[in-house]
Design a protein around this ligand. Structure first.
Ligand code: NAP
Length: 371
C-alpha cells in the first residue's frame, strides 16, 4: 500500500505508553494510590508551581488519597547531572515510592532521571550506557509550560559537567501519567510563553521533515502547527486567554507525541550549544535555525517541507511567522566560537542523519557564522 504523502510503502510503528489526561482539572481524574504511598515532588527553583496552583491541586488530592510526600525544589533551567544525583539521593533517603514532576521541561526531565537513578542506585552519568536495561520508579508529570511535550516523551535532557546538553532516551523513561491542564500555563511570563511556544512549533515541523516521519505523526503534527499558528500570537498578546492557552498546550503535547516517535532533527542539535554557551533559552535557540534548516531540507525533500510549511503558505511564511513572534537577534559569533559550537555537533547522531540534506562540519560552522 502506498503512503499518499510520501509515495513509498506504508510501514510504521507507534509506541507511547503514557496515560494522558488533558483539560481543566484533569488532575482530579488521577488515582495516585496506584503508584505508591509516598511521593517525591520535583519542582523548579522559582516556585512557579505555587503561583499557578498546580501544587495546591496536587496536595489537596494527596491529602484526600492519603499520600505523604517530600519536596525537591532545586531544579534549575537546563538541569545538571548534579541536580539529578542530589534528588535521587534524597528520594532514597526519604524512602519515596514514586516521583511527581511539576513545571516545564526542566523539572519534568529531572523527575524522570531521578526515578531511574534512584531505582538503579547509580549516578545519572552511568545510566547513558545502560539506558535500555534500566528500570525506574513510576513518574507522573504535570506540565505548566506549553513547549517541550516532555510529559509524554521518553527523553530526559540534562547538562553534563562539561556543559553539554545530553539526551537520555529510552522507552523505560516514559512517564506513567501526563497531566496537561491549560490553567496552569496562564501565569507564564511572555518570555517563557514565546520560548516554549516556539519549541513546540519547532518540534512539530521537525517531526514532519524528519526521515522518520509517519502518516500518523504527520496528522498529529499538522494539527499542532495549525493550533500554534492560530493561538501562539494570541497568547503572546493576551496572556489570560484560556481558550488560546488551551490550544497552545494541546499543540505542545502533540509535539511531544510526535517527537516521541520521530525524534528531533539537526535543529535541536544546533540549538544545544547556543543554549549551553550563550544562555539563550532552548525554544529560542531552536527558532534561530529552524527556517534555515527547513529551507535547506526543501532541496532534498520538497514534499515533506511542503506539508510542514503549508499552514504558513510555504517556507518564507514559516520564517515570517517565527520573526513576528521572536525578532531573531544577530549572534555575530566569531569564527573560533562557530568552530567550537560546530565541533560539539555529533554528525553521526540520529538528529543529524534523519534531517534531509548533507551536514558536515563546514556546513554547520557556516550556519553558526550566519546567525
Ligand atoms: P523550564 O526550564 O522548565 O522553565 C523555564 C522557566 O519557566 C522557569 O523559571 C520556570 O519556573 C518557569 N515556569 C514554568 N512554568 C511556569 C508557569 N506556569 N508560570 C510561570 N513560570 C513558569 O522551561 P521549558 O522550556 O519548559 O523546558 C526546557 C527544558 O526542557 C530544556 O532543558 C530542554 O532541553 C528540555 N526539553 C526536553 C524535552 C523532552 O522531551 N524531554 C523536549 C524538549 C525540551 P520554575 O523554576 O518554578 O520551574
Amino acid at each position: 500500500m502506498q503512503n499518499p504523502l510520501r509515495g513509498d510503502d506504508i510501514v510504521f510503528s507507534y509506541f507511547n505508553s503514557v496515560d494522558l489526561r488533558f483539560g481543566e482539572n484533569a488532575i482530579s481524574s488521577v488515582n495516585f494510590t496506584l503508584y505508591g504511598k509516598k511521593a517525591f515532588i520535583v519542582t523548579g527553583k522559582s516556585g512557579s508551581s505555587k503561583k499557578n496552583s498546580a501544587m495546591k491541586d496536587l496536595l489537596n488530592l494527596f491529602d484526600s488519597q492519603g499520600i505523604s510526600y517530600e519536596f525537591f525544589s532545586e531544579v534549575e533551567e537546563n538541569p545538571s547531572f548534579d541536580t539529578v544525583d542530589k534528588g535521587a539521593e534524597l528520594f532514597r533517603t526519604k524512602r519515596c515510592e514514586f516521583v511527581v514532576g511539576i513545571g516545564g521541561g526542566s523539572p519534568m526531565d529531572v523527575a524522570k532521571a531521578i526515578a531511574a537513578s534512584a531505582k538503579m542506585e547509580k549516578k545519572v552519568a552511568d545510566l547513558y550506557r545502560i539506558k535500555d536495561t534500566i528500570s525506574c520508579y513510576p513518574v507522573i508529570e504535570i506540565t505548566t509550560t506549553s513547549g517541550t511535550g516532555s510529559e509524554v516523551t521518553q527523553y530526559s535532557v540534562l547538562t553534563s559537567p562539561d556543559d553539554k546538553k545530553l539526551g537520555l532516551r529510552t522507552n523505560k523513561l516514559f512517564p506513567k501519567v501526563a497531566i496537561v491542564d491549560p490553567r496552569y500555563t496562564l501565569t507564564m511570563p511572555v518570555d517563557v510563553t514565546i520560548s516554549t511556544g516556539l519549541d513546540a512549533l519547532s518540534q512539530l515541523v521537525e517531526s514532519i521533515i524528519s526521515k522518520t516521519s509517519t502518516p500518523l505523526t504527520d496528522a498529529i503534527a499538522v494539527k499542532g502547527i495549525e493550533l500554534i499558528k492560530s493561538s501562539l500570537p494570541e497568547v503572546v498578546k493576551h496572556a489570560s486567554s484560556l481558550e488560546h492557552r488551551s490550544n497552545v498546550a494541546m499543540a505542545a503535547t502533540f509535539s511531544g507525541l510526535t517527537i516521541s516517535q520521530t525524534g528531533t532533527t539537526i535543529v535541536h542539535a544546533l540549538g544545544y550549544p547556543i543554549t549551553s554557551h550563550l544562555g539563550i533559552r532552548h525554544g529560542l535557540a531552536n527558532a534561530l535555525t529552524l527556517s534555515r534548516i527547513v529551507k535547506n531540507a526543501q532541496r532534498f525533500d520538497p514534499e515533506r517541507v511542503k506539508i510542514a510549511t503549508a499552514p504558513f503558505g510555504g517556507v518564507n511564511g514559516l520564517s515570517e511567522f517565527v520573526d513576528s513572534i521572536y525578532p531573531r537577534p544577530k549572534l555575530k559569533l566569531s569564527e573560533k566560537d562557530a568552530e567550537t559550537f560546530a565541533g560539539e555537533i555529533d554528525l553521526k547522531s540520529g538528529q543529524v542523519l534523519n534531517t534531509p540534506g548533507n551536514y558536515d562540519f563546514g556546513f554547520v560552522k557556516e550556519i553558526y557564522m550566519s546567525l
